[in-house]
Design a protein around this ligand. Structure first.
Ligand code: ADP
Length: 579
C-alpha cells in the first residue's frame, strides 16, 4: 500500500513533469518557428522584384554567377555569414557554379527541386535540419538558381539553451514540489492519522473516543462527525446492551424453561429452568433429538410458519412437561427452533388430587347415606311388626349416620374456608397452659371409658400465645382424641407441654397401634386414613389432621408426627410465643 504522502509526491512530480514538458515543447517549437518565419520574411523582403531584376541583369552579364554571388554577399540584410548562412549560385540542373564557402555541391532539397522547375522554393519546417531558399534567376536563355542555405545553427543553439534552462527549472521545480508535497501531506496526514487511530480504537470497543478538532475544513468536519458517530454508537450500544441484559435476566430467572436450537439442531441457548425441568445438565454438544427424542421431526419444525407452533407432552423423571416448539426465523438456514418448557407436574397433581377428593367426598357421603336409606327402608317395611327395641336401635343408627354426615360436611366446610382464605379467626392472647388443661379435662372421661391412663405434665408458667383459642383447643383435642381412638383400651397416654426457645409445644404420646412408616407422609392428606374401617368405627372422618395442619399454618405453628408401627405414636404441635 502506498502512503498518502508518496501519492502526493508522485502527483506533484507528474504534474511538474507534464507542465514543464508542455511549456518546454511549446517554447522550443515557438522559438524554432519564429526563427523559420523570420528567415523567410527576411528573404521575401530581400528578394523583391527589383532585387531579382538586378540579379537577372548581372546574370546575363560577363561572369554572371560570380557577379551575382558578390552582389548577394554584399547584401547585408541577407546576413551571409560563412559559418552558418551561405549563398550558392547553381545552374538550372543543380550544379554549383559558385558559392560563398567554395563548396562544390549541395544536397538536393524540395525547395531546390521547385526552383529547378522555375518556381521560388521557400518552404521550411521545424523538423528539417536546415532552412533554405531557392530562387530561379532567368532571362532569355540564361538560367541560374540562387540558393541560400542556413544550417539553423542559431536556432539550434537557442533551442539548446532553452532546453537546458527548462531542464534546470524542472529540477528546481521538482525539488520545491517534493518539499511542498511533504509539508502539505504532513498537514493532511496528521488529522487523518488521528482519525485512523480513533477508528481503530472504536473498532476495538473503546467507544468513549473524542478527537480534537484542529481545523474547520473538510477534515475538521470529518473529525467532528467521527466524534458524533462514536457518541451515537456508544449510546446505541449501551441501549442494546441494556435490552440484552434485560432479556438475559428474564431468560435466567423465568420459571419456564427455554432452549434454542440452531438450524442443524444443536443447542445454542438454554436457561437454568430448562436444565432443572429436563433433569439433566444441558451443554452445547446436545442436539434436539438427544434432548426431546425422535418423536418430533426437527425439519418439520423448521418448515413451520413463524406464527405456528407445535405442542407436545414429555415426561422427565417425576416431572410432567408441556413443550411448545416454534421456529424463530422463516429463513431455514439462518434460523432455528425455540422450545418453551412448562412444568405441569403440580397442575396435574392438583387435578389428580381434586379428582380424588371429589371421589372421596362422594364415597364418604354415600356410605352413611346407603346405611340411612337401608335402615329407614327396613323400618318402613317392617311397620309395627318390629320390636320397639330394634326399632330404637335402627333409629339410633340413622341418627348416628346423619351425625357422621353432618361432621363430614362441617369439616369440609372448614377446609373450604381455609382454602379460600375465608376462615375467620377470633384472635386473642391466652395462656397456652390453660388451653392444654381444658382439653385434658374434656377428654378425661373418654380416656377413662377406654381405661387409658392419661397423664398431664404442664408447667403453670407457660407463656401466652396469640391465636384463636377455640381452634387451637380443637387441634389439641383432635390429637388427644386420635391417641384415645388408636390405642387399645387400657393404654397409656401422656400429654406434655413446655417451651422450646420462642415456642411453646404440646406432645401427645400413646402406646397404641402406631402408624406404618410409608403412611406417615400422607397423614395430612384429606380423607387419608391408615385403617379406614377402624377410623370409621371410631367416628373419624379422615379430615382431622388436615384441619389441624391448616389451623397451625394460620398461626405460624407446626405439627410433627413420629410413630413406630405397633408400638405407639407421638404427635407434637408447636406455636410461637406471644411477644
Ligand atoms: P380420623 O378422623 O380418621 O382420625 P385424622 O386426620 O385425625 O382422621 O387422622 C388420620 C389418620 O391418621 C387416622 O385415620 C389414623 O389412621 C392415623 N392416626 C392419627 N393419629 C394416630 C395415632 N395417635 N395413632 C395411630 N394412628 C393415628
Amino acid at each position: 500500500m502506498r502512503s498518502l504522502r508518496t501519492k502526493m509526491v508522485m502527483i506533484m512530480v507528474l504534474l511538474i513533469l507534464a507542465l514543464m514538458t508542455v511549456v518546454g515543447s511549446f517554447l522550443i517549437n515557438g522559438v524554432g518557428n519564429y526563427y523559420i518565419e523570420e528567415f523567410y520574411l527576411q528573404m521575401e523582403q530581400t528578394f523583391s522584384q527589383d532585387f531579382i531584376t538586378q540579379l537577372q541583369d548581372l546574370a546575363v552579364g560577363p561572369d554572371g554567377p560570380s557577379q551575382m554571388k558578390q552582389r548577394l554577399m554584399s547584401q547585408s540584410d541577407l546576413g551571409i555569414d560563412l559559418s552558418r548562412r551561405n549563398v550558392y549560385i547553381l545552374s538550372s540542373d543543380g550544379q554549383v557554379l559558385d558559392s560563398s564557402n567554395k563548396a562544390t555541391s549541395v544536397s538536393m532539397t524540395a525547395n531546390l527541386l521547385q526552383a529547378m522547375n522555375g518556381e521560388v522554393g521557400q518552404s521550411g519546417s521545424i523538423a528539417s535540419s536546415i532552412m533554405d531558399l531557392a530562387v530561379p534567376i532567368e532571362r532569355d536563355d540564361t538560367h541560374y538558381i540562387v540558393y541560400i542555405l542556413d544550417n539553423k545553427e542559431t536556432v539550434n543553439a537557442l533551442t539548446g539553451r532553452l532546453f537546458s534552462i527548462i531542464l534546470q527549472s524542472l529540477v528546481l521545480g521538482l525539488g520545491i514540489c517534493v518539499v511542498l508535497a511533504f509539508l502539505l501531506s504532513q498537514i493532511l496526514i496528521t488529522p487523518i492519522r488521528a482519525l485512523t487511530t480513533g477508528t481503530r480504537q472504536v473498532a476495538a470497543g473503546e467507544l468513549s473516543q473524542s478527537l480534537e478538532v484542529t481545523s474547520r475544513d473538510e477534515i475538521g468536519m470529518l473529525t467532528r462527525n467521527f466524534n458524533h458517530m462514536s457518541q451515537v454508537l456508544q449510546s446505541t450500544i449501551s441501549q442494546v446492551e441494556n435490552e440484552r441484559n434485560k432479556l438475559s435476566t428474564l431468560f435466567l430467572h423465568m420459571t419456564d424453561g427455554v432452549a434454542a436450537f440452531d438450524s442443524t439442531g444443536h443447542l445454542i441457548h438454554h436457561n437454568p429452568a430448562a436444565s432443572r425441568m429436563l433433569s439433566r445438565e444441558l451443554t452445547g454438544e446436545d442436539t434436539f433429538a438427544a434432548v426431546f427424542g425422535e418423536d418430533t421431526s426437527f425439519d418439520s419444525l423448521l418448515s413451520l410458519k413463524r406464527s405456528e407452533y407445535l405442542e407436545c407432552q414429555k415426561r422427565a423423571g417425576e416431572r410432567e412437561l408441556e413443550l411448545f416448539m416454534a421456529p424463530f426465523s422463516a429463513d431455514k438456514t439462518g434460523g432455528g427452533v425455540m422450545v418453551v418448557i412448562h412444568d405441569v407436574t403440580e397442575q396435574r397433581k392438583s387435578e389428580q388430587t381434586r379428582r380424588e377428593f371429589v371421589a372421596n367426598v362422594s364415597h364418604e357421603l354415600r356410605t352413611p347415606l346407603t346405611n340411612v336409606k337401608s335402615y329407614a327402608e327396613t323400618l318402613l317395611d317392617a311397620g309395627d311388626d318390629m320390636p320397639p327395641e330394634l326399632k330404637k336401635n335402627f333409629l339410633g343408627v340413622i341418627v348416628s349416620e346423619a351425625d357422621r354426615m353432618t361432621r363430614i360436611v362441617k369439616d369440609l366446610l372448614t377446609l373450604t374456608k381455609f382454602d379460600y382464605g375465608k376462615m375467620e379467626m377470633n384472635l386473642t392472647r391466652f395462656p397456652f397452659a390453660e388451653a392444654v388443661k381444658n382439653v385434658h379435662q374434656a377428654v378425661a372421661l373418654d380416656a377413662k371409658n377406654h381405661r387409658h391412663t392419661l397423664t398431664l405434665q404442664c408447667p403453670e408458667d407457660l407463656p401466652c400465645v396469640n391465636g384463636d383459642r377455640e381452634r387451637i383447643e380443637q387441634v389439641i383435642m383432635n390429637i388427644v382424641s386420635n391417641a384415645i381412638k388408636y390405642t387399645a383400651d387400657g393404654g397409656k397416654i401422656d400429654i406434655t407441654a413446655g417451651t422450646k426457645g420462642k415456642e411453646v409445644y404440646v406432645t401427645v404420646t400413646d402406646n397404641g397401634i402406631g402408624i406404618p412408616e410409608k403412611d406417615l407422609p400422607r397423614l395430612f392428606e384429606r380423607f387419608y386414613r391408615v385403617d379406614k374401617a377402624r377410623s370409621r368405627e371410631s367416628g373419624g372422618t379422615g379430615l382431622g389432621l388436615s384441619i389441624a395442619k391448616e389451623i397451625l399454618n394460620q398461626h405460624q405453628g407446626n405439627i410433627q408426627i413420629d410413630s413406630v408401627f405397633g408400638e405407639g405414636t407421638s404427635v407434637t404441635i408447636t406455636l410461637p410465643v406471644a411477644e
